[in-house]
Design a protein around this ligand. Sequence first.
Ligand code: FMN
Length: 193
Amino acid sequence: MKVLMINGSRREKGCTYTALSIVADALKEDGIDSEIVFAGKDAANGNINACVQELKKKAAEADGFVFGSPVYYASPTGEIEMVLDRLFGTAGAEMRHKPAAVVTSARRAGTTAALDALAKYPTINEMPVVSSSYWTMVHGSAPEDVLKDEEGVGIMKQLGRNMAWILKCIEAGKKAGIKEPLKPQYNRTNFIR
Ligand SMILES: Cc1cc2nc3c(=O)[nH]c(=O)nc-3n(C[C@H](O)[C@H](O)[C@H](O)COP(=O)(O)O)c2cc1C
């Protein structure tokens, strides 16, 4: 089994990457593979179409997801929002019913607002949201700060363990013959008709 992680920072190996790496290590301890894709650069450089097509292929093969972003002005980055807006528009079917977690990194504040925004993506696509022992944030301006955030490191480790547990439960359920839920049984409406 494999978890696809998307790093929406403009810095490839910064604080968000460090947090995602801790989740990846915990997953590995429980026998789950993962890949961290640095999507921030492509989104900022106008390569969004290629980036989303590549992520769509990876999403089809993945069993779970982690969407990570630094906090920019108390929100997720424009880069991760651009990627996720497009990815959920084009690869919703590839991700539906697969568990997802969201992670933010900030120097100081805006983490819960950014987490709320990121969690909006899986929760409109029938994806179980995986939580940890606290809201899934770390703090720091540089990777070494994140490693000194003892509680943040522990929260990321627990997130990896919880993701591994949910993935194994879903796999066991499939083997036991539990079917995915029926597709939605209603018509989409707006406020006019
Ligand atoms: C444009 C910009 C806006 C930022 N806004 C915030 C903010 O609102 N709150 C905060 O605590 N840190 C803010 N920061 C700091 C980053 O969130 C923080 O350093 C983060 O850990 C960097 O993660 P990264 O290394 O993965 O990019 C901002 C940084 C940048 C570049």
